[in-house]
Design a protein. Structure first.
Lengths: 417, 273
């Protein structure tokens, strides 16, 4: 009778502590341990302008419907010069008026003024994902380092004298990667938060895990090519409709049940190089080196495939209002009809980029050095901005402002003039 | 000293006054501990109960949704898991940081567990030491004694354990310094349990440990490695290390102190009985 035993242990804990639980019975604790709630959308609450994870939402669309950004040109609204340890290369996130930027640590800035709320050095490298932690009053920011997955306190913890870092800023260290290897430590991976769970490829492995945002414990994990060194880690997962869609080199496209981790379907894509997927109402957009595929979310069969003769190795697509925005990393930015895969327009664009979309504008950073804004309806170039420093991260879009990490600073860009 | 201690102790009785001040060896002290425990088995009860509490705390920490950290020492090949005060080695630990910004019910639960463990360890140590020394049990002494496990268990979790990469030679110097300090402070808990203040306890410990360095260093190694080895036992590790090593530590302190206290040259009330 595990439940009875657990209840006994819960109660024993209370006897042991000699403290009465204020306003909550042991049963309520058992019932509230953060099990998966498919109706909870991590991106849909808080401020309407929140951008809570890389690519905005669990599906990975890169499209914030409520956000607006500059349209005809940008100027710096503020630039924050962070401590020396900060190295900003990945996109920040925006939560309730605070910009969180990760780069060898976590930096929290006031979104309006750029003043620092807190900052702590650490091994953290990936864009964080905001996850609701049911036992905490503040949210957990899941991030990764080459060594593993970490849960940080979005509230910043408590400043204690004699300590370099706030107490409670690092809530947990979750699943660990193998650390060093023949080719050095693994690259940090991008976590996604959805329904009270963090879905994250474990750095340096071919494993994707569902992690509890309360304590970093693993709810399930799945590995492809476990004993094959010639394979690659999972890309950023896309989560929608209680399923986790993952892709990996070589040929891998798989759907897992978000709660149990059981496999729903698995496809071997023609191309070896498979890039991060995007979950949409029409199906799962799966970009590969040369093509873009739309797979059926239910069984993985191909709905359409569009060969762009591309040479994509790092970019991810954005999807907004029935259009897929994707580059070929050669010379063009494409707008494809989500339903058919047909080209709506193309625009000159060389280099790698994972664009984001807001209020009818596509924002794409060209090979980490130039921000280009393109009209989402026509492909017309609206403006370009080249900062003093490189690299420039993919921006996130808030209330008329773009926020980006820019090497040794974090910048906010507003409409020019 | 008791009248029916081990053979070594019996041998010493032929030279009564000086033998109590003569430095003895680790094996002799452990023999005396064994004899003392065999003569008075209830000495084991406080730490047996505390061992159960530590094991239960391990289970509760593992099952609740608050983050835990596995005890780092259990991953090592061999570790001297010595604590200044008699204690066991838990298989799980929880940093203070994991308690920051918890919802109130979980905060009470988490703080309760983390306080209950050092308090139970402290009470058990105080009961065991005072029983061996046949001393008076005073609440102010208990309060001072409890400060040891509470402060020494909370402070590292709050301030973090310093980790510095150093070379072999510097590491050896640090190791020697830590060993020296540990030896000199070995008897502090016993003096606190008998009612001395912190300053007096430290001074007396430093004074009484002179000439006993190797004996105490041997005890530290035996207790530290024993605590680690028993803690590596799955599930029961916390209980075993607490129920076995902690009372040995407590009784060993009392035995060493008993031999070194001039006042104990005269038989205690229990000896008379």
């Amino acid at each position: 009778m595990p439940s009875s035993r657990r209840r006994f242990l819960e109660r024993s804990g209370l006897v042991l502590s000699g403290l009465a639980l204020a306003g909550a019975s042991a049963e309520s604790i058992v019932a509230d341990t953060g099990r998966f709630d498919a109706d909870t959308d991590e991106s849909g609450s808080g401020s309407t302008h929140d951008w809570p994870m890389a690519r905005y939402d669990p599906a990975g669309t890169g499209h914030q419907p409520a956000a607006t950004g500059p349209k005809d040109g940008v100027e710096i609204a503020w630039a924050h010069d962070p401590p020396e340890w900060f190295r900003g290369t990945t996109s920040p996130i925006l939560l309730d008026g605070t910009v969180y930027a990760v780069g060898d640590g976590l930096l929290a800035l006031d979104a309006e003024t750029g003043t620092k709320r807190f900052g702590v050095p650490g091994p953290y490298r990936s864009t964080p994902a905001r996850a609701r932690a049911s036992v905490y009053t503040t949210e957990t920011l899941a991030t990764t380092a080459p060594t593993g997955v970490f849960g940080l306190n979005a509230g910043g913890g408590v400043d204690v004298p004699l300590r370099e870092r706030n107490v409670g800023i690092e809530r947990w260290g979750g699943p660990r990667g193998p650390g060093g290897g023949l080719l050095g430590p693994g690259e940090p991976t991008t976590p996604v938060a959805a329904g009270g769970t963090v879905y994250v490829p474990i750095p340096g492995t071919n494993t994707v895990a569902a992690v509890d945002p309360n304590d970093g414990s693993v709810r399930w994990r799945r590995t492809h090519h476990a004993d094959d060194p010639i394979s690659g880690p999972y890309n950023r997962p896309a989560v929608a409709d209680e399923a986790v869609f993952v892709t990996a080199w070589p040929h891998q496209a798989t759907a897992y049940d978000a709660e149990t981790g059981s496999q729903r379907w698995h496809r071997e894509i023609d191309d070896q190089m498979v890039l991060p997927p995007v979950a949409t109402d029409e199906g799962i957009v799966v970009p590969t080196r040369e093509s873009v595929h739309l797979l059926d979310a239910g069984d993985g069969h191909t709905i359409w495939k569009r060969n762009l003769d591309a040479n994509v190795t790092e970019s991810a697509p954005a999807v907004a209002d029935g259009t897929v925005f994707v580059v070929d990393e050669l010379e063009s930015l494409y707008a494809l009809d989500l339903a058919t895969g047909e080209t709506l327009w193309t625009a000159p664009f060389d280099g790698k980029t994972s664009p984001v979309v807001a209020d009818g504008v596509v924002y794409a950073v060209r090979s980490q050095f130039e921000l280009v804004a393109v009209d989402a309806a026509t492909g017309e170039k609206r403006f370009a901005y080249e900062p003093d420093q490189i690299p420039l991260s993919t921006p996130v879009v808030g209330d008329g402002i773009l926020y980006a990490a820019n090497r040794e600073r974090v910048i906010a860009l507003r409409e020019e003039g | 000293m008791t009248t029916d201690d081990d053979a070594a102790a019996t041998g010493e009785r032929r030279r009564p006054a000086d033998s109590r001040r003569t430095p003895t060896d680790t094996r002799t002290v452990l023999g005396a501990v064994w004899a003392r425990v065999r003569r008075d088995p209830p000495l084991l009860i406080p730490f047996a109960v505390t061992g159960l509490i530590l094991a239960l705390a391990d289970v509760l920490r593992t099952r609740d949704p608050i983050p835990i950290e596995p005890t780092a020492a259990l991953d090592q090949t061999v570790t001297v898991q010595f604590s200044l005060y008699p204690s066991g080695t838990a298989r799980t630990a929880r940093g203070v940081g994991a308690l920051v910004d918890l919802e109130t019910p979980y905060l009470l639960r988490g703080v309760g567990i983390e306080l209950a463990v050092p308090l139970a360890v402290g009470v058990a140590g105080w009961l065991t030491i005072t029983r061996v020394l046949d001393g008076q049990r005073r609440l102010d002494a208990l309060a001072r004694y409890l400060c040891l496990p509470v402060v020494l268990s909370v402070a590292p979790r709050l301030l973090g354990s310093p980790t510095v990469d150093v070379g072999l030679s510097v590491g050896l110097v640090v190791l020697l310094a830590v060993s020296f300090v540990s030896v000199r402070l070995f008897l502090v808990p016993a003096f606190l349990a008998t009612g001395l203040g912190f300053g007096a306890a430290i001074r007396n410990s430093a004074s009484r440990s002179r000439g006993q360095g190797w004996t105490l260093f041997g005890l530290i190694l035996v207790l530290g490695i024993g605590s680690w080895a028993l803690a590596t036992v799955p599930i029961a590790g916390a209980f075993l290390s607490t129920a076995i090593v902690a009372p040995v530590h407590a009784v060993a302190m009392a035995v060493v102190l008993d031999r070194r206290f001039p006042s104990t040259d005269t038989p205690t009330d229990r000896d008379r009985r």
